[in-house]
Design a protein around this ligand. Structure first.
Ligand SMILES: [Zn+2]
Length: 267
């Protein structure tokens, strides 16, 4: 357990204390109650209340004071911004086949509060179709065009394929979650949690991004994926802002053959 260092004594962090949090986009700060969580300055967090959809930065922690808990909104999650493993740069993405480095549950918090609406299920029937033949995907022409624009604008900011289960985050007016199943070259289901009836542009953008990743010669998908049964990719600007730029030490090294990518080491 972390503790508070003073000149004379070492006190444990209290179970309940206060944190001062700044929200960059809103240029607002607030004081929030923290329960059973270890926070330090510069940690990224989510809170309850009007700011629940914003990522906040802890700017101060106040351990010893008299608190009336009902007066405050709460910190509900601390974002795990650690990112290390072997990556291959591909256009706007950093791609990895390292299973532990960009777990879906961890990465979801980079974009969405734990209080955000969850994934959707679709109880309509679905006819599987080959990923390489998107003409078989029953989406309207207009929506497919918009999805293509989303793909070209690099709005698929995270995508992960774990065995047959896929998950992606697409940046629209807000972040949307797309889940899908991919087995032996075929899409077996796909559903987005936006409010669109029928198949949507977010899903189409994800399918184009998946096509690109799986078909890209540079990733050598077949042999890499066969080994780990796992692939994940993150938008490089997001990775830089949320993780790499926040570190104190130089931690990126090119792999021996720099053409193969780079490794981010643990601090
Ligand atoms: Zn959607």
């Amino acid at each position: 357990m972390q503790s508070i260092q003073t000149d004379a004594i070492c006190l444990p962090i209290p179970d309940i204390y206060l944190a001062e949090v700044r929200f960059d986009n809103a240029r607002e700060t607030g004081t929030f109650i923290v329960e059973h969580m270890e926070l330090s300055e510069d940690d990224l967090v989510y809170v309850t209340g009007p700011m629940q959809d914003k990522v906040g930065t802890v700017i101060d922690v106040i351990y010893h004071c008299k608190i009336r808990p009902s007066k405050y909104e709460r910190v509900v999650a601390k974002i795990d911004t650690d990112l290390y493993g072997k990556f291959i740069p591909l256009e706007h993405l950093w791609v990895t086949f390292d299973r532990p480095c960009m777990d879906k549950d961890k990465m979801r918090l980079w974009f969405l509060s734990p209080l955000a609406d969850g994934e959707c299920v679709d109880t309509n029937g679905f006819t599987p179709f080959p990923l390489h033949d998107l003409d078989s995907f029953p989406i309207s022409y207009i929506r497919a065009q918009r999805g293509e624009s989303y793909y070209e604008e690099h709005r698929v900011v995270y995508i992960c394929l774990d065995k047959s289960k896929g998950y992606a985050i697409v940046q629209g007016s807000e972040y949307y979650e797309v889940t899908f199943t991919y087995i032996d070259g075929k899409i077996h289901d796909i559903v987005c949690n936006c409010y669109c009836e029928g198949y949507c542009k977010h899903e189409y953008a994800v399918l184009l991004q998946l096509q690109d990743l799986i078909g890209h010669w540079m990733l050598d998908y077949d042999s890499n994926y066969r080994e780990s049964e796992y692939m994940a990719a993150i938008d490089k600007t997001v990775a830089w802002n949320m993780s790499v730029s926040r570190r104190q030490k130089e931690i990126i090294r090119l792999t021996e053959d720099s053409y193969e990518g780079f490794i981010i080491y643990e601090d």
